[in-house]
Ligand binder design. Structure first.
Ligand SMILES: C[S@@+](CC[C@H](N)C(=O)[O-])C[C@H]1O[C@@H](n2cnc3c(N)ncnc32)[C@H](O)[C@@H]1O
Length: 198
């Protein structure tokens, strides 16, 4: 009985910690997945990372849209950073070696995301339990975030410092204060999506 209590406490504590560290869990609307995919405009060989991926639904939608890898891919996450994956993938209409990474701080959300990825059978995707502020973003091509505006202010310096030239940053609902978007995607009745390019 006390084990159940302890596990519940750990889940709730990590959920509260993650809410405080970046944003509470509020999901991106499913009907906006296609907009995000279009705006990300991922090219073969690129890496997409979602910081604060919740249950990983955006990551899975992106991974599905860019294609399913047929052979299992090696982990792109090595100690100390994220490495581009270049293993061959089956070529097809929507296929390419785009790799999708989700980073989540809440243990419960991470475990759900991990399970959903396993069930999906997608190979071009990996979930990672960790803090957005501690990820090496130097090899990433597209960053997607749905955090609070205050969190964008805090993470802006890290993005400025680490992202390579040409990398894109996509934010949902709120802009990054102090940055000028290259695109503001507006659709009546739906949240704005902001695209930035370094
Ligand atoms: C507004 S929700 C968005 C969830 C998901 N990105 C989506 O759009 O459906 C923010 C998520 O970020 C996670 N989070 C908050 N701070 C974080 C941090 N510093 N590092 C990683 N994840 C964080 C929260 O646990 C939550 O799941």
């Amino acid at each position: 009985m006390w084990i159940l209590f302890l596990v519940g406490f750990i889940f709730l504590a990590s959920l509260a910690y993650a809410s405080n560290a970046g944003a509470p869990w509020v999901p991106t609307w499913k009907k906006d997945f296609e907009r995000i995919n279009k705006l990300a405009n991922l090219q073969p060989g690129e890496t997409f990372i979602e910081l604060g991926c919740g249950n990983g639904r955006v990551c899975r939608a992106v991974a599905k849209a860019v294609g399913k890898a047929s052979p299992p891919m090696p982990s792109p996450l090595l100690r100390g950073g994220i490495t581009r994956v270049t293993s061959p993938l089956t070529k097809g209409e929507h296929e390419g070696d785009v790799f999708v990474i989700g980073v989540e701080l809440s243990l419960l959300q991470y475990l759900i995301a991990q399970l959903q990825v396993k069930l999906s059978g997608l190979k071009n995707i990996q979930m990672k339990l960790g803090n957005a502020f501690h990820q090496d973003l130097s090899k990433v091509d597209v960053v997607y975030m749905f955090f609070m505006p205050e969190t964008y202010k805090k993470i802006r310096g890290k993005l400025d410092k680490e992202l390579k030239p040409g990398a894109r940053v996509i934010t949902y609902v709120w802009p990054i204060e102090g940055w000028v978007p290259v695109t503001i995607d507006e659709l009546e009745g739906q949240p704005k999506i902001y695209v930035y390019q370094r």
